[in-house]
Write a protein that binds this ligand. Structure first.
Ligand SMILES: [Zn+2]
Ligand SMILES: [Zn+2]
Ligand SMILES: [Zn+2]
Length: 381
């Protein structure tokens, strides 16, 4: 069965009220994330703050109240039908690079998170905080089994392939594309020929839950069924934002100037520090385009919140009637025109056809979407 899963979602505060991911929105509580994921239209969501002891305790109390049914890989939530996978994003040392990179691990048995990493976590002052820095070699985590992948692999600050030119650990089977790249870009890197690409939101606010997700062919909709589909790499499609909008897509200085050539350390225009770009990084890693291997399609989709003309008022009208996904993909534009407001139907029509002007992102700033009165194709990126 087709399952939609966003497996990189943080909490902003844990069920005991402690801050988790900084700077995630404090509105990102367990309850709110589950509700938003369901309202978006996701079937499965993966929480990557699974080492947080308050989260573990809350989920166990949900089990006692009948609100969650425990599985090896996570929890089934009967009220919403959602499969909740429990994993962890952590910062691990990248041998050779002298740097720390972000990795996500979803063990087959969620109990393995604490069993394997609990000791390393004990040394930290605040075990509730997300993405803990743990002195464990990624190779070792990989040897424990489960689904283990570099998070936002190409992004300049903590992306494993931005910090080191080859995959580490070398036999990585999955990789998160990470918002500023798509399948075609990453598939050009010969070393990634055998690697399954995953797309996840890395949401730090409720609105962004589901902005990227992966469609799987899963045996069933339990947490274990979804986990198995990820483990086997049964990806049907990746759905993500157009990479040009990604906040690290191109090299850009701290003041917002795009920088050419992209490997300059300082902006030729203003002298500010240059934040490296994902697109030039992939080119540097990739050499010639390979392009011969069949890959699941990458569907470019702009999140609702970035579509001009869909402010909170209009969006809430849409959301009272439909899931985000249904509205974005299939609801008749005529419904939008009648129920949401003038121009909304046309905007949806253009959104689906990709008739958007995309103004590129970089340097930590997201790109911008403009819906022109007279669309002329994909526009400037
Ligand atoms: Zn990260
Ligand atoms: Zn993250
Ligand atoms: Zn500049």
């Amino acid at each position: 069965m087709l399952v939609t899963a966003d497996l990189h979602v943080h909490l902003g505060q844990d069920p005991a009220g402690h801050p988790v991911k900084i700077p995630s929105s404090r509105a990102m509580t367990l309850e709110a994330v589950v509700a938003r994921a369901r309202a978006f239209g996701l079937d499965a969501v993966g929480l990557v703050d699974g080492l947080n002891p308050c989260l573990g305790a809350a989920l166990e109390s949900w089990v006692a109240e009948g609100r969650a049914v425990p599985f090896e890989a996570g929890y089934h939530l009967p009220e919403s039908g959602l499969a909740l996978l429990v994993g962890v994003e952590c910062e691990l040392p990248l041998p050779g690079a002298g740097q720390w990179a972000h990795y996500v691990w979803f063990p087959a048995r969620r109990a393995d998170l604490a069993r394997r990493l609990g000791k390393a976590l004990e040394r930290l002052r605040n075990p509730c905080l997300s993405t803990p820095r743990l002195p464990v070699d990624p190779q070792e985590v990989a040897s424990w089994g489960g689904v283990f992948f570099p998070a936002h692999a190409f992004t300049p600050f903590r992306g494993a392939l931005a910090l080191w030119p080859s995959l580490y650990p070398p036999k990585v089977r999955w990789l998160e594309l990470g918002l500023s790249a798509n399948t075609a870009m990453a598939a050009a890197i010969p070393a990634l020929a055998e690697v399954t690409f995953l797309t996840h939101s890395d949401a730090h606010s409720l609105e962004m839950v589901g902005r990227e997700f992966t469609c799987y062919d899963a045996g069933d909709l339990t947490p274990d069924g979804v986990w198995e589909a990820v483990f086997q790499g049964r990806v049907v499609a990746n759905v993500g934002v157009p990479p040009a909008l990604g906040k690290y897509h191109r090299a850009r200085c701290r003041n917002g100037h795009f920088v050419e050539p992209p490997d300059l350390a300082q902006c030729p225009e203003c002298g500010a520090e240059v934040v490296r770009g994902v697109a030039p990084r992939i080119l540097a890693l990739g050499g010639a385009e390979t392009g011969s291997l069949p890959r699941p399609p990458y569907r470019e989709r702009v999140p609702w919140a970035w579509v001009p003309g869909f402010g909170p008022g209009r969006l809430s009208r849409v959301r009272r009637a439909f899931s985000d996904l249904a509205a974005r993909e299939v609801v008749d534009p005529a419904w939008f025109e009648a129920e949401v407001g003038r121009g909304a139907g046309l905007a949806v029509h253009r959104l689906r056809r990709g008739e958007l002007q995309l103004f590129g992102g970089g340097g930590g700033r997201w790109g911008r979407v403009v819906l022109d009165e007279a669309p002329s194709g994909r526009g400037q990126v």
